[in-house]
Design a protein around this ligand. Structure first.
Ligand code: KIV
Ligand code: ZN
Length: 398
């Protein structure tokens, strides 16, 4: 295993990033946005380099329809995905809202787990098959690319799941998205499911595979990577991992896992990491969704180092305690936070940045003052540190 920042440029399988921040992400309680805000985020997603944007659920409101329409009209370098239940009115709305997109697809879904059939759809397995066949065929009249999702796939019986997928393919679905709707799957069982579908379903070797993982057990990224290992070439994600309940697979985590360790599985994405931080902040602001301090990649503490041992190592070579370059993701220069765990070396280094050099004896004095201050407050800002320097210097003049 290497912690090198550079990735070698051997030929790698390209993973397409399908962003559902504006559809599934917006389903997070309290996250809904105005149509103009959705358009702003869609522009940023295109700048970031995602391959597909799912801008919303057209049937849900006139504002939603208009936002999808505007995004479809404006963003021509990215594929736009309409989203619909297996119902004619949903499909008509999704098709109409995305009509002006340069490239578009239609995403249809219906549940395949028995618990959803019994309590949510109240349909038999045969009825589900009939509805999905009719609706995939209906949608296919309008668009070439149909993405089909068996909802709650990971909790479905494999026998029925295979039947559902085979029926969708027979009616013209070109992309099969297998969701872990409840975030229930484990990587070692979820990955191989894709291989079994490909081998057991008629036509299963002719379609593109995608995955869509929720994060209820904190496994969304791990499950998505497991799916990639088993041939998936599209992953559905959201910025900051926003989405229903514990959210969706986080775009920035998946992209940076691939960027940092993609060599291990021979894959890459087309996302430009430089825009990750600004995209994350924009989505957080617009959705009024704060980001946890310790959130990987974009959390406040993700590249901050307080422990003296870590700070010392970093000052000598950043690779000692950083596996990614924060600046490559547009994150302001990795800050060394000074606090009670900081050592003399870090303090000396920080004051040197202000052009201050102290004799050993004076540095000892500053260090003692620093430690007692750090016991009182969690973080020693530069202002406080400079005040301590003055106090120390004054004491030597007395
Ligand atoms: O979580 C889910 O199953 C979904 C599908 C509709 C793709 O969001
Ligand atoms: Zn979902």
């Amino acid at each position: 295993m290497s912690t090198q920042r550079s990735t070698d440029q051997q030929s790698k399988r390209r993973i397409r990033i399908f962003d559902t921040t504006l559809r599934d992400g917006e389903q997070a309680p309290g996250a809904s946005m105005k149509p103009e805000q959705k358009v702003v985020i869609a522009r940023q997603l295109a700048r970031l380099g995602v391959d597909v944007i799912e801008p919303g659920f057209a049937i849900s409101s006139p504002g939603e329809f208009n936002a999808i329409q505007q995004i479809s009209r404006e963003l021509h370098d990215v594929e736009i995905c309409g989203f619909a239940r297996c119902m004619k009115e949903d499909i008509d709305a999704a098709v109409a809202a995305t009509r002006d997109a340069a490239r578009r697809r239609l995403h249809l879904f219906i549940s395949s787990s028995q618990i959803h059939l019994d309590f949510q759809l109240r349909k038999s397995q045969d009825e589900v098959i009939r509805v999905l066949r009719d609706m995939v065929a209906y949608g296919k009249q309008f668009v070439d690319e149909i993405e089909f999702s068996p909802m709650d796939a990971s909790r479905s019986s494999e026998e029925f799941l295979f039947r559902v997928v085979e029926s969708a393919i027979e009616e013209g679905a070109t992309i099969i998205n297998i969701p872990d709707t409840m975030g229930y799957a484990m990587p070692e069982e979820f990955g191989p499911l894709f291989s079994r579908i490909r081998h057991n379903v008629r036509g299963g070797d002719k379609v593109v595979y995608s995955t869509h993982c929720h994060n209820d057990l904190g496994l969304a990224v791990a499950n998505s990577l497991a799916a990639i290992r088993h041939g998936v070439t599209q992953v559905e994600v959201s910025v900051n991992g926003v989405g229903e309940r514990a959210g969706n697979c986080s775009l920035e985590e998946l992209v940076m896992a691939i960027q940092t360790r993609g060599d291990a599985i021979g894959v890459e994405t087309g996302v430009n990491p430089e825009h990750i931080y600004e995209t994350s902040r924009l989505v957080s602001r617009m959705m009024h969704f704060p980001i946890a301090f310790n959130k990987p990649i974009v959390g406040r503490n993700a590249f901050q180092h307080e422990s003296g041992i870590h700070q010392d190592g970093l000052l000598k070579n950043r690779n000692t305690y950083e596996i990614m370059d924060p600046e490559a993701m547009g994150i302001p220069r990795s800050m060394i936070v000074l606090g009670k765990h900081s050592g003399r070396h870090a303090i000396k280094h920080r004051i040197a940045e202000y052009g201050i050099q102290l004799a050993d004896e004076q540095l000892d004095d500053l260090y003692t003052r620093f430690k007692s201050k750090a016991d009182e407050q969690k973080i020693i800002t530069d202002d406080v540190l400079l005040k301590l320097v003055s106090e120390s210097t004054d004491s030597f003049l007395e």
